[in-house]
Design a binder for this molecule. Structure first.
Ligand SMILES: C[S@@+](CC[C@H](N)C(=O)[O-])C[C@H]1O[C@@H](n2cnc3c(N)ncnc32)[C@H](O)[C@@H]1O
Length: 236
C-alpha cells in the first residue's frame, strides 16, 4: 500500500504496517481487516493521494484521466466503478454526463463517494462475492483504479472475467488502471529501487504476463503505460 491510512507515508511491510497484520490470516479475516483499513483511510484519502510522490501512487490523477480518455465516455452512458473509493474516478465520468454505479466494501469510502456523487447508485459489496441486486445489469463501461492489486493473479482473472461476462454490454469496454508495469523485468527493477515502499502482499501486474493470461481466457486487451509504476488495461 505504501500509505498510512491516516495520511502519511507508512512502513509498507512489517509489524507497524496495518497491512502486515493480515499475513497468515484466513480470507474472511483478511477481508474484514482490509475493510477496517480502508474505512480508516477514507477521511484522509484524497489529501494523501494529492500529497503522494514516487511509488506506488505517482501519477494518480494522470492515471484516472487516462482511464477516462481510454473509455471515451459520452453523455448517458452507464458506468460501473468497481472499488469506487471516495469517487475520484467516477466523478470524472459524472462530469461527462454518465450515470454512475459503484461498488466498494468499505462503508466509509462509500459515504465519501456519496457526497461527491449524490445521484449515483452505490453498493457496499465485496468484489470477491457474487454481485448484489443493485448492480446486476449490464453497463456501457466498467472501470476501476488502484483496486486489483488486492487480488492474486487467479482472483484478478476470475473477477475481471465474471464482471465482463455478467455486467458488460457486448459493445462495452472495461478500462482498469492500477499499479502496473510493462514487463516483469521492469517490475523487478522498481521493486529493487523502492524496497522500502514495496508491499509483497500485494499483486502488481506485469503487462507482458497479464496480456498472455487474458488472451488464454479469450479476452482481447491492451496496456497503456501512464507512469513508471502505473498503467491502464483496456479489455474489449
Ligand atoms: C486504493 S483505493 C482506490 C479507490 C479509487 N478507485 C481511486 O482510484 O481512488 C482501493 C479501493 O478498493 C476497495 N476495495 C479493496 N478490496 C475490495 C474488495 N475485495 N471488494 C470491494 N472493494 C474493495 C477499497 O475499499 C478502496 O476503496
Amino acid at each position: 500500500m505504501g500509505l498510512d491510512p491516516d495520511g502519511g507515508l507508512a512502513a509498507p511491510t512489517g509489524r507497524d504496517d496495518p497491512l502486515g497484520a493480515v499475513n497468515g490470516s484466513t480470507p474472511a479475516t483478511d477481508s474484514a481487516q482490509r475493510v477496517r483499513l480502508f474505512d480508516r483511510w477514507a477521511a484522509g484519502y484524497d489529501r494523501s493521494m494529492r500529497a503522494e510522490r514516487g511509488f506506488p501512487f505517482q501519477g494518480y490523477d494522470e492515471t484516472l484521466d487516462a482511464v477516462v480518455r481510454l473509455s471515451a465516455p459520452t453523455p448517458g452512458m452507464s458506468v460501473l466503478d468497481v472499488g469506487i473509493g471516495t469517487g475520484n474516478l467516477a466523478e470524472r465520468f459524472a462530469q461527462r454526463g454518465c450515470s454512475i454505479w459503484g461498488i466498494d466494501f468499505s462503508a466509509s469510502m462509500i459515504e465519501a463517494a456519496e457526497s461527491k456523487l449524490p445521484e449515483a447508485v452505490l453498493v457496499q459489496a465485496n468484489l470477491r462475492d457474487a454481485l448484489p441486486d443493485g448492480v446486476r445489469r449490464t453497463f456501457n463501461r466498467i472501470v476501476s483504479a488502484y483496486v486489483f492489486h488486492e487480488f492474486d493473479a487467479a482472483s484478478q482473472l476470475e473477477i475481471l472475467g465474471r464482471l465482463r461476462r455478467d455486467c458488460l454490454d457486448p459493445q462495452g469496454l472495461m478500462v482498469v488502471a492500477d499499479i502496473a508495469f510493462e514487463t516483469a523485468d521492469a517490475r523487478a527493477e522498481v521493486r529493487a529501487a523502492w524496497q522500502d515502499r514495496w508491499d509483497d502482499d500485494e499483486h502488481y501486474w506485469a503487462a507482458d504476463e497479464a496480456l498472455l493470461a487474458f488472451a488464454d481466457r479469450g479476452i482481447r486487451a491492451r496496456f497503456i503505460r501512464v507512469s513508471f509504476c502505473a498503467g491502464v488495461f483496456v479489455l474489449g
